[in-house]
Design a protein around this ligand. Structure first.
Ligand code: AMP
Length: 217
């Protein structure tokens, strides 16, 4: 099974992808995570994309499609793929078709998480994670049970993404509206798009996605 999770930044794509990974053994292919890893490892690619990412604009189609190609090449045939934050432009959607064909895969579902933009800004600007194990938290919606201590690993250090500030978030949303939302009709024409209310409780969103994957959506 190969699926795309689509939705503006902060819609919950990453969280839902992680749940599918845990529940179904699928592999999450998040170009945002891959680019952040390149930056963290101080690679030439990381240096190349840093300024663009910090502004909230999109990095080049060639760069992200090459990352996806590599990742697909490293996966077992039996492992399902969850595309998270890719494709984000019409050119990337076209590349994905070619890459899937080249790797002998077929796309079954495109799931759009629908959300309210103003609520998203609050969601995104409040999020942070454990610097050690990566567990996710939020200033307002999900604080650690004990202040300054990670619920999962007990670590006391947390981090925030540098592009989770309001100005950058607004730019990322404009990019989504202008370049990513317009790719939906490509998949609608194939009859594989489903929509989920991304503002619902996280467990409800997961249940709705599971129903779609089980063919009951
Ligand atoms: P994300 O974690 O998916 O919100 O991505 C963070 C940033 O990485 C974005 O604001 C872009 O600068 C860059 N990025 C991630 N995925 C892509 C993509 N598919 N195409 C272009 N830029 C991307």
């Amino acid at each position: 099974m190969n699926i795309i999770l689509l939705g503006p930044p902060g819609a919950g794509k990453g969280t839902q992808a992680e749940r599918l990974v845990a529940g179904r053994g699928m592999v999450q292919l998040s170009t945002g995570d891959m680019l952040r890893a390149a930056r963290k490892a101080d690679t030439p690619l990381g240096h190349q994309v840093a300024a663009v990412m910090d502004s909230g604009a999109l990095v080049s189609d060639e760069i992200v499609s090459a990352l996806i190609d590599d990742k697909l090449g490293s996966m077992g045939d039996e492992q399902g793929a969850i595309f998270d934050g890719y494709p984000r432009t019409a050119a990337q959607a076209e590349s994905l078709d070619e890459l899937l064909a080249a790797h002998g895969r077929e796309l079954q579902h495109v799931i759009e998480l629908q959300v309210d933009e103003d609520a998203l800004v609050e969601r995104i600007t409040g999020r942070f994670s454990c610097a050690s194990c990566g567990a996710n938290y939020h200033d307002k919606f999900k604080q650690p049970k004990q202040a300054d201590t990670c619920d999962v690993c007990g670590n006391h250090e947390f981090k925030r993404r540098p592009d989770d500030n309001e100005a950058t978030v607004r730019t990322r949303m404009e990019e989504y509206r202008a370049k990513t939302a317009p790719i939906l009709p490509i998949y609608e024409a194939r009859g594989i798009v489903s929509r989920v209310d991304g503002m619902a409780d996280m467990d409800e969103v997961t249940a709705a996605i599971e129903a779609i994957l089980a063919g009951k959506g």
